[in-house]
Write a protein that binds this ligand. Structure first.
Ligand code: SAM
Length: 207
């Protein structure tokens, strides 16, 4: 069954059903992603250590669509403690809470305007979320809204839907709101899963 989850969540079109899938998958999520060689924890760690971005240990950081906090854990290990996690799955957030790495957890959808204060985060990470059936390009506006001036966004966007869902247009339309600092080559997010999507990482700096 484990292997089927990817297909199930990335082909689901109904947001209410998607939540139910994450509810069922939540407890196995970390093990499955680790077994499939989930690339983002190490990619994020490498970005931080490479100093592509300058970010103090006190930085106010949002993990947008944090899930269980699997990627934010890397930030915590690097001594970043001012972490907020947002996700619309209660069950994924419960697991995130149990790790005791987040200062604050928020259960909201990124497909709508959130209640988060504007211009507050020094860094936003958003991995595995801007993709089919999950969160659409409209969230770019919201993520930029809550980022501080000169703050950073580290986003993963799936190659298969980048044009199809209009992420290309949204990023182009907002190009005066940020500077692109880095765009990775496409890579497999889950190299040990035979239907892993190819993704790119985008690092943007809010103007
Ligand atoms: C593949 S998981 C990625 C989780 C985490 N970012 C990671 O890299 O491990 C996708 C996450 O997006 C969340 N999600 C899906 N739709 C969402 C929405 N509209 N708003 C907020 N989170 C959403 C799911 O609940 C799930 O936790």
């Amino acid at each position: 069954m484990a292997k089927k989850w990817l297909k199930i969540v990335y082909t689901e079109k109904n947001p209410a059903k998607l939540k139910l899938h994450y509810k069922s998958w939540a407890k196995e999520y970390d093990k499955d992603l680790t077994d499939w060689g989930y690339a983002y924890p190490k990619r994020l760690k490498d970005i931080i250590l490479s100093k592509k971005i300058k970010i103090s240990k006190k930085a106010n950081i949002l993990d947008a669509g944090c899930g269980t906090g699997l990627v934010a854990e890397e930030l915590s290990k690097l001594d970043y403690k001012n972490l907020t996690g947002l996700d619309n799955s209660k069950e994924m957030l419960e697991l995130a809470k149990s790790k005791k790495i987040f200062k604050k957890l928020v259960c909201q959808s990124l497909n709508k305007k959130t209640t988060l204060k504007s211009n507050q985060f020094d860094l936003i990470i958003c991995t595995g979320v801007l993709t089919a059936g999950h969160v659409g390009p409209g969230a770019i506006k919201e993520l930029l809204r809550v980022t501080k001036k000169n703050g950073y966004l580290i986003l993963s966007i799936s190659e298969t839907i980048f044009k199809k869902l209009g992420f290309d247009t949204e990023l182009a339309n907002r190009s005066n709101e940020y500077t692109p600092l880095y765009i990775s080559r496409p890579f497999l997010a889950l190299p040990r899963h035979n239907s892993s999507a190819k993704n790119k990482i985008y690092i943007l700096r809010k103007s």
